[in-house]
Write a protein that binds this ligand. Sequence first.
Ligand code: NAP
Length: 312
Amino acid sequence: MDKRNIIIIGSGPAGLTAAIYAARASLAPLLFAGVEFGGQLMTTTEIENFPGFPEGIQGPDLMMNMVKQAERFGTEIRFENVTAVDFGEMQNFKVYVGDTEYTAKSVIVATGARPRLLDLPSEHRLWGKGVTSCATCDGPFYRGKVVAVIGGGDSAMEEATFLTRFASKVYLIHRRDEFRASKIMVQKVKANAKIEIILHAEVLEILGEPKVSGVKLLNKQIQTESTLNLDGVFMAIGHIPVTNYLVNKAGQPQLEILPSGYIHTRDQIYASVEGVFVAGDVQDSHFRQAITAAGTGAMTALEAEKWLVENS
Ligand code: NAP
């Protein structure tokens, strides 16, 4: 079986930037993009803070550009999900897609994070039937309708503001009375006449059959329940790093994971196993920006290249 220099797992800005750097260093990387490639930017519309695009760029366009750039220098991309890994033997790391085994001298893990959910049975039952986590994807379906955004971070503010383009009314439902979001984004929400903020509110249940008709809320301050009629519910309560495949075939963890779910790293990019590097949101609970993910992607490829030279 041919052994690769580098296998990259993940196809967001981190994985694809790592691929561009590794490919330009003639390391012929193999990148597993997942069945749904491109990461969170695929469900984003306008990106205004990625340098080099003074007029902004659409998320999917940016990702397609990165794919083309990675392929141009010789990255092999497979649109498959990695299901297990085995990092037990140095320089002979195994990556599995089902029963198919790939081997590499080094691995870059860059699988990002997925939206956090409340994990209510009703949320799962009504997923895609009025419950979603992507305002930019689904917002246009709610023209003239009443929706709620759940959360108090920047994502919640951004989504609530965005949804006012379509919805007749947007409730922003948050469990506390303080926001994690930046002041400027909270101000924007407060200044928007279409948005009504509901604080101290826990979502007990999402109501409706066969589609969303409302939510049952608990006011945690005065312990009273109420029902709010809605057409759609947008979850914006954070993200969970994608690490479930980082186990061997016997289910044993192959990298050190922090209690928060993020991969433990030294100096942002070195995993607990030598020769394995980590980039992007799967290790970054703080910045979580496309540009910082791309930055750590470049760092991992440069360090992997150096490590391969030193260890060959
Ligand atoms: P976040 O900052 O972690 O905020 C998550 C929000 O969801 C918090 O308000 C949290 O409430 C709430 N929450 C978490 N679990 C909950 C639960 N089980 N039930 C109810 N509420 C729950 O996540 P984010 O908003 O996705 O932002 C992530 C990062 O991306 C941040 O660093 C943010 O600055 C950045 N970001 C930036 C922009 C921008 O600059 N344009 C846009 C989007 C995101 P508590 O506050 O009570 O914990």
